[in-house]
Design a binder for this molecule. Structure first.
Ligand code: NAP
Length: 250
């Protein structure tokens, strides 16, 4: 397979996604930063990546809305070329709660943002990457979570359920397209220093829980990004349907 050179990172403007954009750009990929609302973060990162001499665009699009996703991929086709790496990273969690206190609206929003987005973006990617459709192949990396295994009791069962669904999608899609030049894998981070924990109502959550992590500390976004880069690149050419837990041993 030709080494992938055009990457889309959903939720690429901040946190783990932003680090994925940085490592991909440094590795020679042209990169599209997708984001949903924070124009300033996306524009600042785009400028930083261009300073490195890499090709980069940012596209504001809700990854859970089909028309937005179609526009995102069409823009990349036009401005960077056909995508060969997709990182499904966009994700949200909401305030820590027990299941009986969750509303249908919240459950639906979390599932849509975290899983429907992965389905919609993967669909567009497969249409472009699959050798069955005349493509040159590619790699999809899904950013799941250790929550897929823990279930996140008393915190966010909705979020954990979305990541469990994402892992099943990863495995199923990997087998579906394995003969068409596309590899599909996942990373499962836990307790990484990003803004996400503030959305859950506890900005200092990583520090509070760091003593239960076998490696005795929280993780940095770059430590997840390196795993994403490896799974996106031909260095992992014999790996599909697999997961790397970037959890410090949890
Ligand atoms: P973050 O710092 O909160 O960043 C979230 C990113 O997703 C932002 O770029 C945001 O865009 C974007 N986004 C949110 N909703 C979107 C949508 N509908 N469409 C497109 N983009 C959207 O989060 P993070 O901690 O880096 O998390 C990234 C991924 O890692 C998520 O899937 C998360 O579940 C997973 N993860 C994180 C941890 C952790 O400890 N941090 C642990 C396990 C898994 P704006 O800037 O426009 O808001």
């Amino acid at each position: 397979m030709i080494e992938p050179k055009v990457a889309i990172v959903t939720g690429g403007s901040r946190g783990i996604g932003a680090e994925a954009v940085r490592v991909l750009a440094k590795a020679g990929y042209a990169v599209c930063i997708n984001y949903v609302s924070n124009d300033e973060a996306a524009q600042d990162l785009e400028a930083e990546i261009k300073e490195l001499g890499a090709r980069c665009i940012s596209v504001k699009a809700d990854a859970s809305i089909e028309a937005d996703v179609e526009r995102l991929f069409d823009t990349v086709d036009r401005e960077l070329g056909t995508v060969t790496v997709l990182v499904n990273n966009a994700g949200i969690l909401m305030k820590q709660s027990r299941l009986e206190d969750l509303s249908i609206e919240r459950f639906t929003r979390v599932l849509n943002t975290n899983v429907l987005s992965c389905f919609l973006c993967s669909k567009q990617a497969v249409k472009r990457m699959s050798t069955k459709h005349g493509g040159v192949g590619g790699a999809i990396v899904n950013v799941s979570s250790g929550a897929a295994k823990s279930g996140s009791p008393n915190e966010y069962v909705d979020y954990a359920s979305s990541k469990g669904a994402m892992d099943t999608l990863t495995r199923g899609l990997a087998m579906e397209v394995a003969g068409e030049g596309i590899r599909v894998n996942g990373v499962r981070p836990a307790l990484i220093y990003t803004d996400m924990h503030a959305s859950g109502g506890e900005a200092a959550r990583v520090d509070r829980l760091s003593s239960i992590i076998p490696l005795q500390r929280g993780g940095q976004p770059q430590e997840v990004a390196e795993a994403i880069l490896w799974l996106a690149s031909d260095k992992s050419s014999f790996v599909t349907g697999s997961f790397i837990d970037t959890t410090g041993g949890l």
